[in-house]
Design a protein. Structure first.
Length: 67
């Protein structure tokens, strides 16, 4: 291999590694953001509607323990 070819192969390998590192970093940031969003809890849930439908919906969607 000539010196020129060695430099071209080295540059190509460095570019591939840089692209892989950028893709990995993006995936890690997206995963961290998704986990942070999953940890958020709504402060309260407001259910409006007529009588029995409101109670049924509130019982089904309320995160509070039933007691």
């Amino acid at each position: 291999m000539t010196r020129r070819n060695q430099i071209l192969v080295l540059a190509a390998a460095a570019a591939v590694h840089a692209a892989a590192l950028a893709a990995f970093d993006t995936a890690m940031v997206n995963n961290a953001h998704r986990q942070q969003l999953a940890q958020q809890q709504p402060e309260r849930i407001v259910v409006t509607g007529p009588g029995i439908a409101r109670r049924t919906l509130a019982n089904q969607s309320c995160p509070a323990p039933r007691g």
